[in-house]
Design a protein around this ligand. Structure first.
Ligand code: SF4
Ligand SMILES: [Zn+2]
Ligand SMILES: [Zn+2]
Length: 310
C-alpha cells in the first residue's frame, strides 16, 4: 500500500478514513487535525497558560508533546497516586513522566499524594470498604487538577482523552439516558465558576490507535499497563463492544460521536439549566462544590493542597 500524499510505502492504514499514509504524512495529518479541533472549539490560544493533566500514559504525554511542539504555553501536572498493584504502577508511570521531561525538556510538576496528604489511592478502598477506588480517585484527580489550574493562573486543563474514551463514555451515558452528563459531554467544557477552570480534550476526534502511533513515531515512551484497578471497569467492556462494531463497520465511533455532538448542539443545549444544583464555596478550602464541604475535603480531611504545599 502506498501513501496517498507522496506515494512512498505507507506505514499506516486508517480504515475509518480509508486512508493510507507514510509515517511523515501521518504525523502531519494528525497534528493538523488536532490543531483544527483546538481552533474549532476555541479551546485556548498559544498565549493562554495551559495545564496538561499527565498520567504517564500515551494520550496525556502525546498531547503535552504536541502542544509544546506547536508553541503553546503548556505545563504538565502529574499526580503520583501511590498505586502499586504488584506492577509498581505509580512508580513506573512516574519514571516515564520524568524520562519524558528529561528527553523533551517540557516541564511537568509532580504532585506526590502520599507525601502531601498522607494518603495513597489504595488506602481509600479500605477506608470506604469498596472494591475499587475509582470514583474517589476521580474526585481526587479532578479536584487537584482544578486546584492547580486556578491557583497557578491556568485558564484551562487539558486531558488526553481520545475518541475511544469519549465514545465509551457516551455509550455509558446513553445506556443510562443520563441527560445531565450528556449535555456536558464534548471536546470542550467552558468554566462555569470563577474557581473552576475550563476543560479541553484536543484528541477527542483521534482514535486510540492513532494516538499510540503518534506517540511511537515521536519517540515518546509511555506506560503500557493499565491501572490495576481498571480491570473489570465498565468502560473497558464498552470499549470492547465498540471495537467489535468498528471492526465490522469502520467509522462507527467517529460517526456516533459527531452525530451526538450535532444532536447536543441542537437539542440538549436547549434544556433548562435548573437540573444542575447550584455551586457554592467549600467551607474548608473555598473551592466550588454543591455541598457545604467538598468531596475532596471530606476524603482527605482538613489538609487542603494550599496548606500542605507551602
Ligand atoms: S483506574 Fe481507577 S484507581 Fe486507577 S487511575 Fe483510573 S480512576 Fe484511579
Ligand atoms: Zn507520504
Ligand atoms: Zn474543600
Amino acid at each position: 500500500m502506498k501513501c496517498r500524499i507522496c506515494r512512498n510505502r505507507a506505514q499506516v492504514h486508517l480504515r475509518q478514513h480509508n486512508l493510507a499514509l507514510c509515517r511523515e504524512h501521518f504525523v502531519e495529518r494528525f497534528e493538523r487535525e488536532v490543531l483544527k479541533t483546538i481552533r474549532k472549539y476555541r479551546m485556548f490560544t498559544p498565549e493562554d497558560p495551559v495545564l496538561v493533566a499527565v498520567s504517564g500514559g500515551k494520550d496525556s504525554l502525546a498531547v503535552l508533546y504536541l502542544l509544546a511542539k506547536h508553541g503553546y504555553n503548556v505545563r504538565g501536572f502529574y499526580i503520583d497516586l501511590g498505586i502499586d498493584g504488584g506492577i509498581g504502577y505509580s512508580s513506573v508511570s512516574r519514571e516515564k513522566v520524568e524520562a519524558f521531561q528529561e528527553k523533551f525538556g517540557i516541564p511537568v510538576e509532580i504532585y506526590p499524594l502520599k507525601l502531601r496528604h498522607d494518603l495513597a489511592i489504595p488506602d481509600l478502598v479500605h477506608h470506604r470498604r469498596q472494591q475499587v477506588p475509582c470514583s474517589m480517585c476521580g474526585t481526587v484527580k479532578r479536584y487537584l487538577m482544578n486546584w492547580k489550574a486556578v491557583t497557578g493562573g491556568f485558564q484551562v486543563v487539558v486531558t488526553g482523552h481520545n475518541l475511544d474514551d469519549e465514545v465509551a463514555t457516551l455509550f455509558g451515558n446513553t445506556l443510562r439516558w443520563d441527560v445531565r452528563y450528556l449535555a456536558r459531554q464534548g471536546p470542550y467544557l467552558p468554566s462555569n465558576h470563577p474557581r473552576m477552570a475550563a476543560k479541553a480534550k484536543p484528541f477527542a476526534f483521534m482514535s486510540e490507535k492513532e494516538v499510540a502511533l503518534y506517540a511511537i513515531f515521536n519517540g515518546i515512551d509511555y506506560i503500557r499497563d493499565e491501572c490495576p484497578f481498571a480491570e473489570g471497569a465498565k468502560s473497558i467492556l464498552y470499549k470492547e463492544i465498540l471495537n467489535t462494531l468498528e471492526e465490522r463497520s469502520p467509522g462507527t465511533k467517529l460517526r456516533f460521536y459527531r452525530e451526538f455532538l450535532a444532536f447536543r448542539e441542537k437539542v440538549l443545549s436547549g434544556l433548562p439549566a435548573e437540573e444542575a444544583p447550584p455551586l457554592r464555596s467549600c467551607t474548608v478550602c473555598g473551592m466550588p462544590t454543591t455541598l457545604e464541604v467538598c468531596a475532596f475535603c471530606r476524603l482527605v480531611g482538613r489538609k487542603t493542597p494550599s496548606e500542605v504545599s507551602s
